[in-house]
Design a protein around this ligand. Structure first.
Ligand code: AMP
Length: 578
């Protein structure tokens, strides 16, 4: 189907042609004719990247009366970035429509200026729900002529806690308006909005309900918890042209991962809610213009990020809810391109992967973290390819060539190639020559040994002995002469604790049992734990706790989820180079 078969007017068709859109996307084919001919409510299930802005924007522009200065349409979107993006798209679509004004309004920017701008006669307002409610309360916006309310990424708005604001806005707008709801998933809260505020909505969906966008390949790597950062680096090195979005769960982790990547020489930065709006804008600008190769972000900060050509979405850990996974992965494979969504998981997450497969209706491919040799090979051929394609500035380089030829005169062609390549290759080779296998192979044997590389210990000291993680680490390092970096994944309870170390140091710790060393008048008791090592708490850890509880003689108090302390996290990065 062609754009001119959809019923759009010439002004809009001309603008669409200027944008280089040749054919409508599937969601546009469905919604544009329907919305142009009927004044119906619609629910459209479409992922980001499917062309949904034009799917509602073009018919909306076809219906707005640009001769009237009244605000006729409200578009609500979860984030400032998305508001700006939608307003920009609508301005592009309406560049030949005389007298039509679109204004984005959002939190984090001066409301006074927005109030001033609203007075200029804006037909379409694109707003974040919070800011719009603020404007309504200040009576800075007239709602009596609103004919269309469009909810974009409705599920995200609800996830972000805008439920009450949406209720307020929908209740304040005229009864006979049309509501067009766009959402990636039909979560129960979205259905509630549809039931409460819409009249027999027509449902459109592209692909199956709740299905991930089509050209996304879903891949997971299973690694030990503490090796996630190293796995991330391997993946980044294995894809030299990566243009990726890395998702973390917390602001602290986001900043830590970004800092570590920067320190290790990657072109990366962080995007999270602790940054000021100006800092966020700056980071986004650098990511958009590809000055940054990797953006490390929290789910909230990354909402509405609309950047084309993202090659990889990397889940540094899986999000808490399945919907967020769909949103994360939907940041790649936009506008008909393909992309890879990678999940770095630990063995305990495998069940979640199965759940996600059911949810998105697609399977994950289990992949192995590339070995050092594989990374080197990939980098080598990438370099060769780059050399082959490099643009030679003949004129500029000419004057230097005679001296260069003379200097390299004694080298054969083969020797020259080897040396040019080595200049870059050596760096990777040196770095990766002793790199261990990072894959979690699941050959768990008893006695706390996971793969033979690490061992988990129980120790009869805990919080009641006045210890915290850092103190325990330093104390153990002191009495065993094992480097503090080699003592990790410390899980400290009231009267006992667990920690891990490399297997080669096992005897240093066992020896403490016969050393007569006391702490707080207690003889040290160390045992290899039957629980699995690897940082995060799991069922085996709990069983192990119960088993050891009796021995510890202390008060057993069930704790919340084990959280990696900030310091512990930093230690993990400092622990090993590979
Ligand atoms: P959206 O889902 O609205 O965020 O659109 C994703 C990307 O697809 C944007 O970069 C749009 O400019 C682009 N796009 C939208 N519709 C079309 C179309 N019919 N043909 C080509 N590109 C499109």
């Amino acid at each position: 189907m062609k754009f001119n078969e959809l019923g759009l007017n010439q002004d809009l068709l001309k603008a669409v042609a200027d944008l280089g859109f040749e054919n409508p996307t599937p969601i546009q084919e469905k919604t544009i004719p329907a919305l142009l001919t009927e004044d119906a409510d619609i629910v459209a299930l479409a992922q980001t990247g499917t062309g949904k802005t034009a799917a509602f924007g073009l018919p909306l522009l076809g219906k707005i009366n640009s001769n009237s200065k009244k605000t006729q349409a409200l578009i609500l979107a979860p984030t400032r970035e998305l508001c700006v993006q939608i307003a920009g798209d609508l301005k592009n679509f309406s560049k030949y429509v005389l007298g039509l004004h679109v204004l984005p309004v959002y939190g984090g920017a001066a409301i006074v200026n927005q109030i001033k701008d609203l007075k200029k006669g804006i037909q379409i307002v694109v707003a974040t729900p919070g800011r719009l409610v603020d404007l309504i309360e200040r009576k800075a916006i007239q709602l009596n002529e609103i004919q269309y309310v469009i909810l974009d990424e409705a599920d995200e708005m609800l996830n972000m806690g805008f439920k009450d604001d949406l209720d307020t806005i929908l209740a304040e707008t005229p009864f006979n308006k049309s509501v067009w709801l766009f959402s990636a998933t039909m979560a129960s809260e979205v259905s509630r909005i549809a039931k409460k505020y819409m009249r027999e909505p027509i449902e459109f969906s592209v692909g199956k309900k709740n299905q991930g966008a089509d050209k996304i390949e879903h891949v997971f790597y299973s690694v030990h918890f503490r090796d996630r950062y190293l796995a991330l680096k391997r993946i980044a090195d294995f894809y030299p042209d990566i243009y990726g979005l890395v998702f973390c769960r917390t602001k602290i982790e986001t900043q830590e991962v970004a800092d570590a990547l920067i320190k290790d020489g990657y072109s990366a930065d962080a995007l999270h809610g602790d940054l000021s709006q100006a800092q966020r804008d700056f980071v986004m600008k650098r990511f958009r213009n590809k000055t940054l190769q990797m953006l490390v972000a929290t789910d909230v900060a990354a909402r509405g990020i609309d950047v084309d050509n993202i090659t990889h979405v990397i889940n540094y850990n899986l999000p808490e809810d399945d919907e967020s996974y769909t949103h994360r992965s939907g940041r790649t494979a936009r506008a008909g391109k393909s992309g890879i969504s990678i999940a770095i998981v630990t063995k305990k997450d495998i069940g979640r992967i199965k759940d996600l497969e059911r949810k998105i209706g697609k399977s994950f491919r289990k992949s192995l973290v590339p070995t050092g040799v594989e990374v080197c090979e990939k980098q080598l051929f990438h370099l060769v390819h780059k050399l082959h394609k490099v643009e030679v500035m003949d004129e500029e380089i000419e004057k230097f060539l005679p001296n260069i030829y003379q200097e390299l005169n004694d080298l054969s062609k083969e020797e020259l190639i080897k040396r040019f390549i080595s200049e870059e290759f050596n760096r990777f080779h040196t770095y990766y020559q002793n790199a261990p296998d990072l894959n979690e192979h699941g050959n768990e044997s008893g006695g706390g040994m996971k793969d033979g590389r690490t061992v988990r210990f129980f120790l009869n000291l805990g919080h009641f002995d006045g210890l915290n993680k850092l103190m325990l680490k330093d104390y153990l390092a002191d009495i065993t002469r094992v480097h503090p970096r080699m003592i990790f994944n410390i899980d400290i309870k009231d009267s006992f604790s667990f920690f891990e170390t490399e297997t080669k140091f096992k005897d240093n710790f066992i020896a403490l049992n016969h050393s007569g060393i006391e702490f707080n008048n207690r003889t040290l008791n160390l045992e290899v734990s039957s629980g699995r090592g690897g940082g995060s708490r799991n069922r085996n850890d709990k069983n192990s706790e119960k088993k050891h509880f009796k021995k510890s003689g202390g008060n057993f108090r069930k704790e919340g989820n084990f959280k990696q302390s900030e310091r512990g996290f930093k230690d993990k990065f400092r622990k090993r180079k590979f």
